[in-house]
Ligand binder design. Structure first.
Ligand code: UGA
Length: 431
């Protein structure tokens, strides 16, 4: 099929490359020339495992351009632009989605299908359908559930496909079935529903995941005052299949470009709809999450004394999660900046996120590796659980620094091993 993808950021670039991999002819469109140049040369503009390989192996089926008129050759148009948090409000900023659809309108007509992938407030698809249908084209909403770090496999082999279509619009479903023929042939569940349900599936999934993480972080707060161990607690309740162990890792909490802004936008939308009370709990989910960051700063103060100014703190990990260079709303970068603003000399490292961090927070002393970060430090903080940090050898780290206290903000280290090597180990919600 001939496909266009509008927006070549995180979601769009991965989607475009994966659609080519599924055998379609794809044109990716973005207003950012530097992004288009990089993608056209087969370079990913951000770190995502597997994406560079796909960009190189696209067999001539994938092109990128800044010229929107080139989409007229395609019949299916995915809208994959961002919906960031609006400055000064919790609501989603819809300017990019609206601009993308408006830019498409002159180039579409009967036989074209516009497919929204962006995460949007419920009601958006119904609003945009009027504009799209005025051209004779149709609209579907097909939310994306990919996780950064696993974006390629999540797109090629999704755990479900959701199509939001106009009631009774079998053609839109048939076109999407053709687009996703390969994953469907391996039994991927497919749910066809109305626009509002499809939009809500996406935001409620993210709200549920955020709630699960904040639930276990709330248990960590209780564990901290009772001497209980939140990791053992998570293991034990996770054995109950109704609860499940995944997304019950307590620590510095969730960040990134999705979960934090999506729960805020969801609340803002519920308030607009007059049912704000239904999602009032998400405000607590957000507060629990942010409190964990403050807790780490408090722990550093407990260890170093209230006079933090001039202390040297090593920070291992800056990305919002491993296998990503994304530092949007990253708990790790937030904690590092809070410490730096208190006069601490922060020496931070990350396998992929140094440049993205430097662009946002220049006042941190970025070091190329763990050894550089811990040299001369008074305390070590592990804030993103990259494999190389989880595998650190406490004896080796001890030879690089005179610090003997480690705060494990992701509860991912073997406490007994660190203690056996002379370290004071502190996790979050762990005795
Ligand atoms: C999230 C969802 O998981 C995807 O399904 C969704 O498609 C995506 O948002 C989106 O809306 O685009 P992502 O932001 O890539 O994906 O990251 P997650 O893997 O969900 O992790 C989010 C944050 O939660 C990270 O900071 C991670 O460190 C944290 N987390 C995760 C915990 O603190 N504890 C856990 O047990 C799990």
């Amino acid at each position: 099929m001939r496909i266009s993808v509008i927006g070549c950021g995180y979601l769009g670039a991965v989607h475009a490359a994966c659609m080519a991999e599924l055998g379609h002819d794809v044109i990716g469109v973005d207003v950012d020339q530097s992004k288009i140049d990089a993608l056209s040369e087969g370079r990913a503009p951000f770190f995502e495992p597997g994406l560079p390989e796909l960009l190189k192996a696209e067999h001539g089926r994938l092109r990128f351009t800044t010229d929107i008129s080139e989409v007229s050759h395609a019949r299916v148009h995915f809208v994959a632009v961002g919906t960031p948090q609006t400055e000064g409000s919790n609501a989603a900023d819809m300017r990019f989605v609206d601009a993308a659809v408006d830019a498409l309108l002159p180039h579409i007509g009967p036989g074209h299908l516009v497919v929204g992938k962006s995460t949007v407030p419920v009601g958006t698809a119904a609003r945009l359908a009027e504009k799209v249908e005025a051209t004779g084209a149709e609209l579907a909403w097909n939310p994306e559930f990919l996780r950064e770090g696993f974006a390629v496999s999540d797109t090629l082999t999704p755990d479900r496909l959701v199509y939001g279509v106009r009631r009774g619009d079998d053609r839109a479903s048939e076109v999407l079935d053709e687009v996703y023929r390969r994953p469907l042939s391996t039994g991927t569940p497919r749910i066809v529903t109305d626009y509002a349900t499809a939009e809500l599936v996406k935001v409620s999934a993210n709200a549920f995941l955020a709630t699960k993480i904040s639930f276990i972080n709330a248990m960590a707060e209780i564990a901290e005052v009772t001497g209980a161990d939140v990791t053992t607690l998570a293991d034990a309740i996770g054995h109950d299949a109704r609860i499940g162990r995944r997304f019950l890792n307590a620590g510095v909490g969730f960040g990134g470009g999705c979960l934090p802004k999506d729960i805020r936008a969801f609340q803002a939308r519920a308030e607009e709809l007059g049912v704000g009370h239904a999602l009032a709990f998400l405000d607590h989910v957000d507060r629990i999450n942010v409190r964990r960051r403050a807790r780490v700063v408090e722990m550093v103060t407990e260890e170093l004394g209230s006079e933090l100014k001039g202390a040297i703190v090593a920070v291992l990990g800056l990305a919002f999660k491993p296998d990503s260079d994304d530092v949007r709303d990253s708990p790790a970068l937030d904690i590092a900046s809070q410490l730096a603003l208190r006069g601490v000399k922060v020496q931070a490292t990350d396998p992929e996120a140094i440049e993205t961090s430097r662009a946002r927070v220049p006042l941190i002393d970025y070091r190329p590796n763990t050894r550089g970060a811990v040299e001369g430090a008074d305390i070590v903080l592990l804030l993103t659980e990259w494999r190389e940090f989880r595998a650190l050898n406490p004896a080796e780290v001890g030879a690089w620094t005179s610090a003997r206290t480690i705060i494990d903000g992701r509860n991912c280290l073997d406490a007994s091993q660190w203690r056996a090597n002379g370290w004071k180990y502190r996790g979050l919600g762990r005795s």
